[in-house]
Write a protein that binds this ligand. Structure first.
Ligand SMILES: [Zn+2]
Length: 246
């Protein structure tokens, strides 16, 4: 079913009034939705950092295990060399084994040093994790409070919003998609969310620039859709009060 221009303008005006009401409802929520989203992002950021730190701790733990195994190997070798040393036949053999023993002692010292270093790093990481966790928990508390606040506001207007969204869908039926898209685009660009306005007191109801009398007459004719030459908003009609005054 093809609508006349007048019917399309009426439908758009209806759509605009519903969208403006929805805007009002959203305005009541203020910055809360943005704040909630920001806090959610922050918490995710904290969680990412914590899991990165925890992976680093795991890596260090694995390193420590490796060094402990090295130590055990060295201890076994030392035991073996010591047994061998009991049965040497000459000084040369004794010295050679002594050198091997020394080497393994050094191996153990090195492993101990590395274990200590890794342990130190782990302790630092764990402190960092605890700091980030406490910062995160504080944010989580903020988030919870803001969410509750927002939930209350959303719940208060839920019915009204649902009804408006239903009406909006009805208002949009039969209006061609191209026009709806234009409406949405203009609305998105307009600071006050107004895409369809009336001419009031000879001026565009969106940007308040003067609309020339001939253009006002064309608007009242409703033969075609006319937009404000200053702001691009659709001019649906000329306010009746203006007409009665003339
Ligand atoms: Zn305008």
């Amino acid at each position: 079913m093809e609508l006349t221009v007048a019917q399309k303008l009426e439908a758009l005006l209806n759509l605009q009034s519903i969208d403006s009401e929805l805007d009002e409802i959203k305005k009541l929520r203020g910055d809360l939705p943005d704040e909630v989203r920001d806090l959610e992002d922050e918490v995710v950021g904290f969680e990412t950092r914590i899991s990165k730190f925890k992976r680093e701790v795991d890596t260090l733990d694995a390193e420590i295990n490796g060094y402990r195994l090295n130590k055990k190997d060295a201890e076994k070798l030392i035991q073996k060399y010591k047994d061998q040393q009991m049965n040497v036949r000459n000084n040369r053999e004794y010295d050679a084994i002594s050198k091997e023993l020394e080497l393994q002692e050094l191996e153990i010292q090195l492993a101990d040093k590395r274990i200590k270093e890794a342990d130190f790093k782990i302790r630092n990481k764990n402190t960092e994790i605890a700091d980030v966790e406490s910062a995160m928990n504080a944010r989580k508390k903020d988030l919870e409070a803001k969410r509750k606040e927002l939930d209350v506001l959303v719940a208060e207007s839920q019915e009204e919003e649902k009804a408006l969204v239903g009406n909006r869908d009805k208002a949009a039926t039969n209006v061609e998609e191209r026009l709806i898209n234009a409406y949405n685009r203009i609305r998105g660009n307009a600071g006050n969310g107004l895409a369809v306005v009336m001419v009031r007191r000879g001026a565009c109801g969106g940007c308040f620039n003067i609309v020339p009398p001939q253009r006002q007459a064309d608007i009242k004719d409703k033969k075609k859709i006319i937009v404000c030459e200053h702001c691009g908003r659709i001019l649906a009609d000329v306010d009746a009060i203006e007409i009665s005054r003339r």
